[in-house]
Design a protein around this ligand. Structure first.
Ligand code: NAD
Length: 422
């Protein structure tokens, strides 16, 4: 498909996500009309928000909400607070959410939101004002039957609580199902906070079984020590895999004997950084990615594994905790090197799977036990993993292509069944 990308979406992340889709669509011989449609988001809203800062100044922030495709149901996707947020990146992440939901069989399309801001340098009161104003601005687009936000980089359950409250105030009654990843006391789900990291570990273990690698002697390195990275590291070490390196935006830490992850989590919680952690050697983020290990789990931002560093990776497999951590060129290098990649739309789908459970519980007003949630998560994600493996082996294609093809097939069926309006 040689159609130009509209200027407003044309960013490196959008090009990466689109090129993966184009390659899979071409291989799959996707109907050209559906192909053209899915290359672009269905709706994109840009908003500006004047916010009174604590020092009395007014700062105007820019935010976005993009809905990629609603053919399978309401749209679903996180909200990112980061200085680098732009429309093209949000649109790319929304597109990725469409593939992810379709791949694991959820009744959702993909969406994403974000605000260009640095939450680390803002006070709680500033963040609350910004979140409430953002929610008010995107109010026409969201709702339990329309589009359901969730946390992503730089946002957390508190931000979701403010979003839920702002939306509910406008409606005049409590609407817990408008967001997921909120605190349990207002309709959040048990197990949601750990869900993405837990899912990453479930698929990592399945991948090891597939490759015939035993847990004994296996090692892991995890980039990013936020929600996804710290929890994945915790579950990996609880499973018996030695986590030899972790990193955050400030630095990385390495210990060949294995890090005590609970201790690292406590240190990070206390100091808000990994810098200065006593039981490990300080390393750079680049060095962390290049550690010799069994499993590398990138769990930070997009575009971390590129054509420049992919050739220096010394892991047996990459399990993509983050969204789009590997560029198109980086992916080609990994393929040539024979590194097994569990793609983001499969590896980190645990978050949206348990978000789906949270939404179902909110709509039913009936809440499940944590054991039930974890078991259902495991069943869905492992079933999806095995489907992808079977397809990948039978067609002799890599896991990313197989995952994308399964997702595209489900979307194509839905689009063809529904037809065009008007
Ligand atoms: P988070 O804000 O909780 O954590 C991000 C972490 O990355 C932080 O530790 C930060 O210090 C670190 N980081 C930032 N820049 C870095 C860099 N250059 N090098 C190393 N570390 C860096 O965010 P999160 O929710 O854990 O999300 C991480 C990734 O996982 C994102 O790509 C997100 O889209 C994806 N994801 C998150 C969820 C979820 O449920 N939270 C679900 C699916 C995918």
């Amino acid at each position: 498909m040689k159609q130009p990308i509209p200027q407003e979406f044309d960013t490196p992340t959008y090009r990466d996500v689109l090129s993966q889709f184009d390659a899979a669509a071409e291989w799959f011989c996707l109907d050209t009309n559906i192909w053209k449609r899915l290359r672009l988001p269905q709706r994109a809203l840009c908003v500006t928000m004047p916010i009174r800062m604590d020092n009395g100044d007014v700062h105007v922030f820019q935010g976005f909400r993009v809905q990629h495709d609603s053919s399978l149901g309401p749209t679903k996707g996180g909200v990112r607070y980061h200085p680098g947020v732009n429309l093209g990146e949000v649109a790319a992440l929304a597109m990725n959410m469409t593939w992810k939901c379709a791949l694991v069989g959820l009744p959702y399309g993909g969406a994403k939101g974000g605000i260009g801001c640095n939450p680390k340098s803002m006070s709680r009161r500033e963040l609350q004002r910004l979140t409430r104003r953002y929610t008010a601005e995107i109010f026409p687009l969201i709702g339990p039957d329309h589009d359901i936000p969730a946390p992503d980089v730089g946002t957390n359950e508190q931000v979701m609580a403010w979003m839920m409250d702002t939306y509910s105030q406008q409606r005049g009654y409590a609407v817990p199902g408008v967001v997921t990843g909120k605190p349990i006391c207002i309709g959040g789900s048990l197990g949601r906070e750990e869900a993405t990291g837990r899912g990453v570990v479930y698929v990592a273990i399945e991948a090891m079984k597939h490759l015939g690698i035993s847990i004994e002697g296996a090692t892991a390195a995890v980039q990013g020590f936020g929600n996804v990275g710290s929890i994945a590291a915790r579950f990996l070490s609880e499973t018996g895999i030695k986590v030899i390196g972790v990193s955050d935006s400030t630095c990385g830490i390495y210990n060949s004997r294995g890090l005590d992850i609970q201790d690292v989590i406590a240190y990070k919680k206390d100091r808000h950084t990994l810098e200065g952690y006593p039981d490990g050697e300080m390393i750079s983020n680049e060095e962390l990615l290049e550690l010799e290990c069994t499993i590398l789990v990138p769990s930070a931002l997009s575009g971390q594994i590129t054509e420049d560093n992919a050739g220096r990776l010394r892991c047996r497999m990459v399990v993509e905790g983050a969204n789009n951590p590997t560029t198109r060129e980086g992916d080609e290098v990994l393929k040539e090197m024979g590194i097994f990649v569990v793609p983001d739309i499969l590896a980190n789908s645990g978050g949206v799977i348990v978000s789906y459970f949270e939404w179902v519980q909110d709509l039913q007003k009936y809440f499940w036990k944590e054991r039930e949630i974890n078991e259902r998560l495991q069943e869905i994600i492992i079933t999806a993993f095995n489907r992808v493996i079977r397809f990948s082996v039978s067609e002799n294609i890599v896991m990313r292509r197989a995952s994308m093809s399964i997702a595209i097939k489900r979307l194509a069926d839905a689009h063809l069944a529904r037809g065009l309006y008007p």
